[in-house]
Design a protein around this ligand. Structure first.
Ligand SMILES: Cc1cc2nc3c(=O)[nH]c(=O)nc-3n(C[C@H](O)[C@H](O)[C@H](O)COP(=O)(O)O)c2cc1C
Length: 177
């Protein structure tokens, strides 16, 4: 199985979490790491190149820091441009079908804030529904999201453990929701 990890972080050099995750999976066999902000700083996405990358992999992981309860804007642009009618959905749009789709997200807000009783009022599962709905439309199999909340309070040791768990998430057989 070939896995494509699409990393969307506008400032990966100053990142702690996503950088740790990315560097750990970069060295794995059968894993391709693709950084959107590095490839497209001008937001002009090469749709044919992205579609070819997707076609040549079986599992796609979208890795990003949570920005305004959603993805960084370049990943939204990527959805709009790459998952096109007749390719990812609609008539003849079956190119993503039967691939696996995973999501890896880091958040500042602690886990308890992403509860109905917490200050964010919604759970991560609820907030990630647009991606799950996209998954449903394009016919991929949705993997249980890999989430790290409360990044400010994650120690170096906890991050090392979490990063090891992320490598397993990216490389091992998935558990789906
Ligand atoms: C523009 C912007 C928007 C953000 N929005 C959220 C948010 O909605 N919820 C949240 O928990 N954290 C939010 N954050 C915090 C980031 O998710 C957090 O800094 C990031 O996950 C840390 O990962 P990193 O070390 O890889 O940069 C936001 C940060 C920025 C810069």
């Amino acid at each position: 199985m070939k896995t494509l990890v699409i990393v969307t972080h506008p400032n990966i050099n100053q990142s702690r979490i996503n950088k740790s995750w990315m560097e750990a999976v970069q060295s794995q066999s059968n894993v391709t790491v693709h950084q959107l902000y590095e490839s497209y700083p001008d937001f002009k996405i090469d749709v044919a190149k992205e579609q070819a990358l997707l076609t040549s992999h079986d599992r796609i992981i979208l890795q990003f820091p949570f920005y305004w309860y959603s993805t960084p804007s370049l990943l939204k642009e990527w959805f709009d441009a790459v998952l096109s009618y007749g390719w990812a959905y609609g008539e003849g749009g079956d190119k993503m079908r039967d691939k696996q789709l995973g999501v890896a997200v880091s958040t500042f807000g602690p886990a308890e804030s992403y509860q109905h009783t917490g200050y964010n009022r919604f759970t991560m599962e609820e907030l990630l529904k647009p991606i799950q709905a996209t998954n449903n439309l394009i016919g991929t199999t949705f993997m249980t999201p890999f989430i790290l909340n409360g990044v400010m309070h994650v120690s170096d040791e906890q991050l090392a453990q979490n990063t090891a768990a992320y490598v397993k998430y990216v490389t091992l057989q998935s558990v789906t929701v």
